[in-house]
Design a protein. Sequence first.
Length: 343
Amino acid sequence: MKALIKDTPARGGTFTDRLTPKIGKDDLLVKVRAAAICGTDIHIYQWNEYASSRIRLPLLFGHEYSAEVVDVGKNVTNFRIGDRVAAETHVPCGHCYQCTTGLQHVCKDMKILGVHMDGAFSEFAVLPAVCAWKLDPAISYEIGATMEPFGIGVHAISKTKPAGKKVIVFGCGPIGIYAQMVAKFSGAEYVIGVDVSKERLDLAKRMGTDIVLDAKTVNVVDEVDKITKGFGIDIVVELTGNKAVVNDATKTLRRGGDVVLVGLYSGSVEWDLVNNVIYKEANVYGVTGRIMWDSWWTAQGILLSGKIDTSPVITPYFELKEFDKALQLAESASTGKIVFKIG
Ligand SMILES: [Zn+2]
Ligand SMILES: [Zn+2]
C-alpha cells in the first residue's frame, strides 16, 4: 500500500510502498478515506523536540481519519466489514483506574495513534476496535475525518454553560473555530475569536464568530474591556498554546468566570495566579482529547442538527503524495483544516 511514513530523524517525510498491516484479535483493518493534518503531524514532519523525544522510527503517522472497515479481528463483535468509521486517537488500556471509572480519555497508560503506534496517512490502517466510532450515514468521510478535532472543541465548551454568556476563544486554528461554532450553537450571547492570522480570522468570521480580534494590531485586553463595557468575559478558552497569551487571556475574564485551557505549551508557564485565578475565583479546567464517547455523541448530534456546517473549515484538500506542500501549508498556521483524500 501507499503510505506516508517518518523513517529518518530529520525534517520531512517519505511517501513509499509498505506492506498492508496485519490486525490483532481486537483490531479493525480499515481502508482510509480521508485523513486530516494535526499539529502533532507538523511536529513529526519538522522532527522537533516534541517528536524526537516521543517517537520511535519508522512510524506511519497521521491519526485524524475516517475509513471503511475491510476486516475485523476475532474478538470484535460490534463492527462488520463495510462499516464506516472515524478514529478516536487516544487508545485506552481498558484496565487502569481512569479506564474503569469512565475517564478512558485520560488513561494512565494511554497510547496515541500515529505517535506511539502506526497511524493512517496510508491506504490501509489498523484501528483498535475500542477506538472506532461508527459514522452516521449522513456524515461524509471528509467531515468524519475532522470529528476528532471537532470533538476537542465540543469537549472544551462542554465544561461550561455558554447559553447567554460572553465567550472568547484565543486561537482561530481549526479547533478554535470549532470551539467558537459550538459556543454559538450552544446559545452564547456573543463569541469573540482572537488570532494573528488574517486568513484564520476571516474564516472564523465566515463561520459565524461575532467579533474577531487581530492580536497583532489591537490590544486584546483593552478591546475586550470596551466590548464588554468593563464587565469582562464569562468564558475564556485558551487554544493558542502560546505562553505569552495566558495572562492576557485570563485578564479578560470576569470574576467568577470559567477558564478552559486546551492549547499545549512547550515547558512551564508563568501565570499570575493571584490576580487571574485566585482573586477572581476563576474555575479553571484542563481539557485534553475527547470524552469517550460523550464528546463524540455530542459532536455527532451537533453535526446532525443541520444548524451548523463545518465543511468550510476544511481548506484545502490534498492527495497524499502532495504531502510536502500540505504539511508546509499546515506549518504556516494560516489555513483551516487540511485534509488528505485517500482511496
Ligand atoms: Zn490530532
Ligand atoms: Zn487505562
